[in-house]
Design a protein around this ligand. Structure first.
Ligand code: HEM
Length: 173
């Protein structure tokens, strides 16, 4: 049986090495906190303004400011910065935390389109970092789609899947 990681690679078209090239250097040190805040603010402004109700409604139980903070704190800690997310909320457990949401192939593509547009707007992020981030986002998005399909196959399964998507990278590296 294909693992979630293998499905993520096939569906996203991004292999593991490219997905985790975010670990080849410390993107937090390179870009700084404000770039991550700007990116998540731009991204979620697009999401909450989406003309497609089916997509917008996935986020309707969350306050925009909370969603922005959750996202940039996770990105910061995953890309070499301090563990802001885990200090506040514990392990990211991305599959488990996305359990309530319909993370379909279609939703992943729309999420990624908003993120691509937000990155295109980001003058404070260099081209190489954008490519690395987008590969990580794309692979992770389809990792979540694979987790969503597993959930649908077995509603009672415990989805605590340990994975490199959520591993902390020490700030001093
Ligand atoms: C594939 C399409 C995706 C959909 C439909 C989706 C949907 C959602 C929704 C509805 C939330 C709740 C908003 C909040 O209260 O924070 C959320 C949270 C979150 N998402 Fe996603 N997401 C997707 C992809 C991703 C990807 C690719 C990542 C990481 C690279 C990610 C990381 C997170 C994080 C860290 C949170 C905060 C979780 C929490 O603290 O509860 N998501 N997502």
């Amino acid at each position: 049986m294909q693992s979630l990681q293998e499905k993520a690679s096939v569906w996203s078209g991004v292999d593991r090495a490219d997905a985790f090239a975010i670990d080849d250097s410390n993107l937090f040190e390179k870009l700084g906190l404000q770039s991550f805040i700007n990116l998540s603010t731009n991204f979620y402004t697009r999401v909450y303004d989406d003309e497609e109700e089916w997509f917008r409604s996935i986020f309707s139980d969350s306050k925009k400011e909370d969603a922005i903070q959750n996202q940039y704190e996770f990105f910061v800690q995953r890309m070499g910065g301090p563990p802001l997310y885990s200090q506040r909320k514990g392990h990211p457990a991305l599959i488990g935390r996305h359990r309530p949401f319909p993370v379909t192939h279609e939703a992943a593509e729309r999420w990624l389109q908003h993120m691509q547009n937000a990155l295109d707007d980001s003058l404070d992020i260099d081209h190489d970092s954008k490519i690395k981030m987008m590969n990580f986002f794309r692979h992770t998005a389809f990792f979540l789609v694979a987790g969503n399909e597993l959930k649908n196959q077995n509603q009672n399964q415990n989805n605590q899947v340990a994975c490199k998507h959520a591993a902390n990278k020490p700030a001093e590296e």
